[in-house]
Design a protein around this ligand. Structure first.
Ligand code: 13P
Length: 282
């Protein structure tokens, strides 16, 4: 089916108490591998690209690739700009046909974050394209952005932020970080519940690679309806290729070693779909 927007997908997840998996893709192989997992489990999904991924191959390339794969799929797929880092990039993604946009003003001062997020939400609304924004600072390194000084989302700020920006979903900072964790992450579950009590739009969990499954499930029970996975997919894909090349160092057909990377990604995405509870929700 044609690409869908993420809004109804997330509202349904929110109502029914599961989360939609949002998977970062870097190339055609990862797109195919993620969608294969979704089809096998009958799960809706969001495929997303960060600004550095976009720099690698261009918005048009990812849009054409994901739209072609989604058209053939029997499950709903949305294409999301992850961590959009400027108004201009958000508008380019909108024009090219991304069906979900994130504007990440979390490194800005509160009022500046409100102004930027509102500007993007206002610009996307006439086309019916949903906008995710972030309040608080998720730690770690994603893309070219790193954050050594995470700041948790304040529930009262979240109320004001959502009201003034008109965004349709909110990424919250409750102790997760992008990339690999050193040790087990300590999440502030109570804070998440407090935010859920006062904010009615769908909530998003970033930095889910390496978070124990039970912790992700607890976050979903407390009101998260989109969970982002990136690093673990990159590792799974790369490890598949490394393993293949170790076994057969003379191989020169990319179709052969990429197939192993893709199989790893499909297996991992199926595990994550089960953690999210989105199997059979297409
Ligand atoms: P991880 O790389 O930790 O999975 O984070 C993904 C993410 O939040 C993308 O926005």
């Amino acid at each position: 089916m044609a690409l869908v927007t993420s809004e109804l997908m997330l509202e349904k997840a929110d109502r029914e108490g599961y989360a939609v998996g949002a998977f970062n893709v870097e190339n055609m192989e990862m797109v195919m591998a993620v969608i294969k997992a979704c089809e096998e489990l009958g799960a809706p999904a969001i495929l997303q690209t960060t600004p550095s991924t976009v720099k690698y191959a261009g918005l048009e390339m990812y849009h054409a690739n994901v739209a072609a794969a989604a058209n053939k799929a029997r499950v709903p797929i949305a294409l999301h700009l992850d961590h959009g880092n400027s108004f201009d990039l958000a508008m380019q993604a909108l024009r090219i046909g991304y069906t979900s946009i994130m504007i990440d003003g979390s490194k800005l001062e509160f009022e500046e974050n409100i102004a930027l997020s509102k500007r993007v939400a206002d610009a996307c609304r006439p086309s019916g394209i949903p906008v995710e924004a972030e309040l608080g600072k998720v730690g770690g390194k994603e893309d070219d952005m790193s954050c050594d000084d995470p700041g948790y989302t304040d529930p009262d700020d979240a109320v004001k932020f959502v009201k003034e920006t008109g965004v349709t979903s909110l990424a919250v900072a409750i102790g997760t970080a992008h990339g690999i964790y050193k040790g087990e992450p300590k999440l502030d579950f109570e804070r998440l519940s407090e935010i859920r009590k006062v904010v009615s739009i769908p909530l998003v969990l970033h930095g889910a690679s390496g978070v124990p499954d039970e912790a992700v499930k607890d976050c979903i029970r407390r009101g998260i309806s989109k969970v982002n996975f990136a690093t673990e997919l990159r590792i799974a894909f790369s490890n598949g290729i490394k393993d293949y090349l170790k076994e057969d160092p003379d191989v020169f057909d990319p179709k052969k070693y990429c197939a192993k990377g893709m199989a790893n990604v499909t297996d991992l995405v199926k595990e994550k779909i089960n953690v999210c509870g989105s199997a059979g929700k297409a």
